[in-house]
Design a protein around this ligand. Structure first.
Ligand SMILES: *Cc1c(COP(=O)(O)O)cnc(C)c1O
Length: 377
């Protein structure tokens, strides 16, 4: 028999606000079809206003390129070690290797699923004892939930190690009233297609001084010296954001807060309708934390149940995903050092990300919940 498939429900798909096309059209009309122009400047200034006027924003081609340049500007080089939250997307760790440095992974805490302060301090002490003081720390606000900024930054300060804050998933989140992306010595954002706002692909490096922004743009545009001919005294990169995609970004900034509100409403809906089931746990906001709820994640009580829910959703054309597989368990990082406590491996085993887009309809959420309920009953 021919079965009509239900509408596909995505985990997190692009959601245009309406003004994007006008900004892109402006770029075409003025022939600013280049990796510079009014949209790039406008997008950067929108982000700066949103985060904090004291920040300096460089729009780049991706969050990954922002991490690469951030690490480079923090002085990471061949042979260095960089501590990195283990439970994250590979893009947090890969750029460490681009510079010839080695990632050393640190496990998560239960409260936020992010870097565990105790494990972090243990790792720092142990690396120093072994004569390898870490050059930097990559911290992540996973799924939009702020990590324990107070504790983590106190530790980093004590040992005088700079933090590169990976805020790719946390634009719109805040901690004690301050926006994520403003805590690290440097921070990065991502505007990939699945993120809370998107430029189709893009990212930004957030720095604390104009000098560092100028250096970022210099490196991102092939490190051209100040000369009439092409002269280079340093290795450069082609990492600057295009004025076309920056136009999409300007339109998206107008709806960022609406997206945050909708994603938070998705979370509230799932929690409301699933909290009666003891087999499922939600990640609650610790006091002082405000999550953009980029993705709503649940922790089930077993791998088997997680898979049963995931596969039953898939049968109904609904996309869901296991949580990020920790970097210390990835084949590509099999030889990397790691300080582990079991938390991220357990979360990976039992956790599932549910459809969380800001463009989901009430019927979509109801469909997801009714299937999960059927599995649980
Ligand atoms: C998406 C993401 C990145 C990478 O951003 P791109 O723009 O895709 O290069 C880095 N870190 C985390 C945690 C991410 O989720």
């Amino acid at each position: 028999m021919n079965q009509v498939k239900c509408k596909k429900i995505w985990l997190s798909s692009p959601h245009m606000g309406g003004a994007e096309k006008a900004f892109v059209k402006e770029a075409f009309d003025a022939n600013w079809v280049a990796p510079l122009g009014p949209n790039v400047n406008g997008f950067e200034s929108d982000i700066k206003k949103y985060l904090n006027e004291d920040t300096y924003v460089s729009a780049l081609v991706s969050g990954t390129s922002a991490l690469h340049l951030g690490l480079k500007l923090l002085g990471v080089t061949n042979g260095d070690e960089v501590l990195c939250q283990s439970m994250t997307f590979a893009a947090s760790a890969n750029p460490i290797t681009y510079l010839g440095a080695s990632p050393v992974f640190v496990d998560s805490e239960r409260e936020t699923w992010n870097i565990c302060p105790e494990q972090l301090e243990l790792a720092i002490k142990d690396r120093i004892a072994k004569g390898k003081k870490p050059k930097a720390i990559v911290t992540v606000h996973l799924y939009g939930m702020p990590y324990n900024v107070d504790k983590v930054h106190d530790i980093a300060k004590n040992y005088e190690i700079p933090i590169l804050e990976d805020s790719a998933e946390a634009l719109g989140s805040s901690y004690r009233g301050f926006k994520c992306g403003t805590f690290g010595d440097m921070a990065i954002l991502s505007f990939n297609g699945n993120k809370i706002i998107t430029t189709s692909g893009g990212g930004a490096l957030i720095t604390r001084t104009k000098e560092l922004k100028d250096k970022t743009v210099f490196l991102a545009t092939q490190a051209k010296d100040d000369a009439v001919h092409y002269q280079h005294s340093e290795i450069g990169y082609n990492y600057r954001m295009s004025n076309i995609v920056a136009g999409i970004g300007r339109g998206q900034m107008q709806v960022l807060d609406a997206h945050v509100n909708k994603r938070r409403a998705n979370y509230a809906f799932y929690e409301e309708y699933l909290k009666e089931f003891s087999e499922i746990k939600f990640l609650e906001e610790p006091e002082g934390s405000f999550s953009n709820r980029w993705l709503t994640c649940i922790e089930t009580n077993s791998y088997e149940l997680r898979e049963k829910i995931r596969l039953t959703l898939a049968e109904d054309n609904i996309e869901s995903r296991p949580l990020w597989k920790p970097m210390h368990s990835q084949p590509v990082f099999a030889n990397a050092k790691a300080y582990v406590n079991g938390v991220s491996d357990e979360l990976f085993d039992k956790g599932l990300c549910l459809p969380s887009g800001s463009n989901l309809e009430k019927e979509d959420l109801e469909r997801v919940v009714s299937i999960i309920k059927k599995v649980l009953k």
